[in-house]
Ligand binder design. Structure first.
Ligand code: ATP
Ligand code: MG
Length: 666
C-alpha cells in the first residue's frame, strides 16, 4: 500500500572534491578513536588547533544529570587572539581575513588580518573607555557590516559577553533580550541597508530602551554610522542622552589592546534560539570548548585550505553567523565573507554573481533560500561561472531532495559536494554532516556524525537506545535524536535559568542530551531528520514526519514552500493539513489541489494524503527563515487565541490571513 520512502530510493551520490586525500577509512578511524579515547581525542585537537596561554589540566568533567559540564579545565586562552593575533604573528598580516559585500554589489571592502587586529583593538579600547568591563553583557543590534563582527571580536578580546540580536527583531523582542541579560550596553548602527531600503536600527533601539525595565538597565547606547564621514563633527542621527558616536570614538583609540586572559569556561557569548518550537532559549557558550569546536568543524566540514574564500551568508544574529561567518573561518586563518543583503537583491542571481566575482570556494546557505531561488529557474545560475566553488553547504531545516538536486545539479554542475549540516544553537557547531571527498551523499540526509559526537537514536516510546534488534524489515531505526556524551561545543546553561536547561535537554531522556528532533537512521547508518518531535503527525497509527510530506509537495513545480501539520480527526486521531505557498505564475484551482494530493500519494503514500490543503500567500516563518509549524497547529486546532510566543515570527500579519483561509475550508 505504501510507496518507497525517499530514504529507500535515494541513490548514493559519490563524494566529490577530495583534494586533501581524506578518506572514509580515515574518518571511521577518527570516529572510533573519538569514541574509545574521547579525552585524548579532544585534548590532541585542542592543542593542535588552538594556542593556549596556560595549558588545561583536565579535558572534560561534569555530568548531564547535573548539567555541570566543563571542558579544558584550568586552561587559559583568548579567542580573539586565536582568531587574529596569532595569524599576524605567523606572517599572515597582509592576508585578507574578511571580504565584505554591502547591500549594493559594488559596495565592498577587503580587510587584512593586520587591519583587523588594529581595528578590533581600537574597538576594544573604545568599549573599555565607555565603562564596559570583563563579564558585562554587551547587546549587539547591528546590520551585517564588518563592525558587527569586529564588535563581537572586541568583546571576546576583553572578556565581555556578547549577545547579538538579529537586526530584524522588533523593539519588544530586543527589550526582552536586553532586560533578561541585564545588559548595560547596547551597540547598534544609525541604520542598516537591505534590498535598497534603510532600516532604522537606532530608532528601534531607542524604542526598546523605553520598554520594560531597560531605561534603568541600559547605561549607554554605542552607535556606529552606516556611512561615516570622518569630516562630520555632528552625528547624522538624533542623539539621545545615552548615545555615544562610535566611529569618532574608535578613531582616536590606540590600535593595540592586549587580549584578556580568559578561563576556558568563562562565558563567551549568549545567544537565543530561533523560536521555532516555543519561547526562544537564551543559551550560554563558553570560551575554550566553543572555540575548538567552531574551528574543528569549519575545517573538516568545509575542507578549508590555504587560499580558500569561505562564504557563509547567514546573519550574525544566528548561531550559523557566529560559528561559520566569524569564529570558525578566522580561527583557521582563512578568508571569510560577510554579506549584508538578500539573495534576490538586486536580482535572484546575486549569490552566483558573488561567487564568480570573489572566487568563493565554499558557499553556505539555508534550504529556504535554495527553494526560493530554484523557483526563478535554471537559467539564472547558469549565467555565472561558479567553477571556483568546491563545497556547497545547507543548514537550518531538512533540505527537500528536490532542492538538494537543484543545488547539486544546477548550481554545482555535479562537481561540488553538498554538505547537509545538522546542528543547533545549543550544539555550537555541526554534529551530523557528510564530509567533502569522504562521505557519499544521499539527497535529504545529513549522513553521519562528526567525530566526537556520540549520536544515538532513542525509542520515542520508552527512551531506550535503539539497536539492531529494533530495526524494521528495511533495516531502518526511527526515534528521537540524542547524544550520549558531552562535546566541547555544547551550550553550558540557559541564561539565568539553569532549570530550563536541565528540563529541556537532559530530563526527557536521563543520561542523554535530547535534540528535540525525530530521526530515521537507515541501513547504511545515514541519518534523516524527519522533523521536530512535537511536529510528528500520527494518522491512524502511522507516524509521519513533516519533512517527507513537505518534500513531496515541494517537488511539484507549483509549490514554492510547504508546511504540514496534524489536524484533530475523530476517526484517524489526526489528519494532515498542508499549507502551500505557490510559485509565481500558478493559481489555486480544484485541479491543482487534486494534483497536490496526488503528489503526496505517489511521493509518500495514500495514508499521508492531506485532508485539507490551504493555499496561502506565505507561511509563518521565524526571522531566520524556518517554518513555524506550531502556529499552524494552533490554527487548525482552533486554538489561535493561544499562539504562544510569536516574537520571532517574521511577519505577524500572516496569522490572520491563515486563520481566514482555513475557516473558508470548513
Ligand atoms: P527553537 O529551539 O527556539 O524552537 P530552533 O530549533 O529553530 O528554535 P535553531 O537552533 O536555530 O533553533 O535550529 C536548530 C534546529 O534546526 C534543529 O534542531 C533542527 O530541527 C533544524 N536543523 C538545522 N539544521 C538542519 C539540517 N541540516 N537538517 C535538518 N534539520 C536541521
Ligand atoms: Mg531548537
Amino acid at each position: 500500500m505504501t510507496n518507497p520512502m525517499p530514504h529507500e530510493v535515494a541513490k548514493l551520490v559519490p563524494a566529490k572534491g577530495n583534494i586533501n586525500g581524506n578518506t572514509m577509512d580515515a574518518y571511521k578511524k577518527d570516529y572510533e578513536t573519538s569514541m574509545e579515547k574521547n579525552d585524548e581525542f579532544w585534548s590532541a585537537k585542542a592543542t593542535e588547533i588552538l594556542d593556549w596561554m596556560s595549558p588545561f589540566t583536565k579535558v572534560c568533567q561534569g555530568s548531564f544529570e547535573r548539567g555541570d559540564i566543563a571542558w579544558f579545565v584550568g586552561g587559559k586562552l583568548n579567542l580573539c587572539y586565536n582568531a587574529i593575533d596569532r595569524h599576524v604573528l605567523n606572517g599572515k598580516g597582509d592576508q585578507v581575513g574578511m571580504i565584505w559585500e554591502g547591500d549594493e554589489p559594488n559596495d565592498t571592502r577587503q580587510i587584512t588580518y593586520q587591519e583587523m587586529l588594529n581595528e578590533v583593538s581600537q574597538i576594544t579600547n573604545a568599549l573599555k573607555s565607555q565603562g564596559v568591563r570583563k563579564g558585562d553583557v554587551v547587546t549587539i543590534y547591528m546590520p551585517m557590516i564588518p563592525e558587527l563582527a569586529f564588535t563581537m571580536l572586541a568583546c571576546a578580546r576583553m572578556g565581555a559577553v556578547h549577545s547579538v540580536v538579529f537586526a530584524g527583531f522588533s523593539s519588544e523582542a530586543l527589550a526582552q533580550r536586553v532586560s533578561a541579560a541585564q545588559s548595560k550596553f547596547v551597540v547598534t548602527a544609525d541604520k542598516g541597508k537591505r534590498g535598497g531600503k534603510d532600516i532604522p536600527l537606532k530608532k528601534i533601539v531607542h524604542d526598546a530602551i523605553n520598554k520594560m525595565d531597560c531605561q534603568e538597565i541600559v547605561e549607554k547606547v554605542l552607535v556606529w554610522e552606516r556611512f561615516y564621514d570622518p569630516a562630520s563633527t555632528e552625528a547624522p542621527f538624533e542623539m539621545d542622552p545615552k548615545d555615544v558616536r562610535m566611529n569618532p570614538l574608535v578613531a582616536v583609540q590606540r590600535p593595540y589592546c592586549p587580549p584578556e586572559v580568559m578561563d576556558a569556561e568563562d562565558n563567551l557569548f549568549l545567544l537565543y534560539t530561533s523560536g521555532s518550537t516555543g519561547k526562544p532559549k537564551g543559551l550560554v557558550h563558553t570560551t575554550g570548548g566553543y572555540s575548538l569546536y567552531a574551528a574543528y568543524t569549519t575545517k573538516t566540514t568545509f575542507d578549508i585550505n590555504e587560499g580558500d574564500i569561505f562564504a557563509c551568508v547567514a546573519d550574525c544574529g544566528w548561531i550559523t553567523g557566529h560559528t561559520y561567518v566569524v569564529y570558525g573561518p578566522l580561527l583557521l586563518g582563512s578568508t571569510t565573507f560577510l554579506f549584508e543583503s538578500t539573495p534576490v537583491y538586486p536580482d535572484p542571481g546575486r549569490y552566483w554573481d558573488m561567487i564568480q566575482r570573489h572566487k568563493i570556494t565554499q558557499f553556505y546557505t539555508a534550504p529556504t533560500a535554495i527553494r526560493l531561488l530554484m523557483r526563478y529557474g535554471d537559467e539564472i545560475p547558469s549565467k555565472y561561472d561558479v567553477s571556483c566553488v568546491r563545497v556547497l553547504g545547507t543548514v537550518g531545516e531538512p533540505i527537500n531532495p528536490e532542492a538538494w538536486r537543484w543545488y547539486y545539479e544546477v548550481v554545482g554542475k555535479e562537481k561540488c559536494t553538498i554538505v547537509d549540516t545538522y546542528w543547533q544553537t545549543e550544539t555550537g557547531g555541526h554534529i551530523i554532516t557528510n564530509l567533502p571527498g569522504v562521505t557519499d551523499m544521499k539527497p535529504g540526509s545529513c549522513t553521519l556524525p562528526v567525530p566526537g559526537i556520540d549520536a544515538v537514536v532513542l525509542s520515542a516510546i520508552d527512551g531506550h537506545p535503539l539497536t539492531d534488534a529494533d530495526k524494521d524489515e528495511n533495516g531502518n531505526l526511527e526515534g528521537v535524536m540524542a547524544i550520549r556524551r558531552p562535546w566541547p561545543g555544547m551550550a553550558r546553561t540557559c541564561l539565568g535559568d539553569h532549570e530550563r536547561y536541565l528540563t529541556t535537554y537532559f530530563k526527557p531522556y536521563p543520561g542523554y542530551y535530547f535534540t528535540g528532533d525525530s530521526v530515521l537512521k537507515d541501513k547504511d547508518g545515514y541519518h534523516w531528520i524527519i522533523g521536530r518531535v512535537d511536529d510528528v503527525i500520527n494518522v491512524s497509527g502511522h507516524r509521519i514526519g513533516t519533512a517527507e510530506v513537505e518534500s513531496a509537495l515541494v517537488a511539484h513545480p507549483a509549490v514554492a514552500q510547504a508546511a504540514v501539520v496534524g489536524e484533530p480527526h475523530d476517526i484517524k486521531g489526526q489528519s494532515i493539513c498542508a499549507f502551500c505557498m505557490l510559485t509565481v505564475g500558478y493559481d489555486e484551482s480544484p485541479e491543482l489541489l487534486k494534483e497536490l494530493k496526488m503528489a503526496v500519494r505517489t511521493g509518500v503514500g495514500a495514508f499521508a494524503s492531506p485532508d485539507h490543503i490551504v493555499i496561502s500567500p506565505s507561511l509563518p516563518m521565524t526571522r531566520s527563515g524556518k517554518i513555524m509549524r506550531r502556529i499552524l497547529r494552533k490554527i487548525v486546532s482552533n486554538e489561535a487565541d493561544s499562539l504562544g510566543d510569536t516574537s520571532t515570527l517574521a511577519d505577524p500579519s500572516i496569522v490572520d490571513t491563515l486563520i481566514a483561509k482555513f475557516a473558508e475550508l470548513k
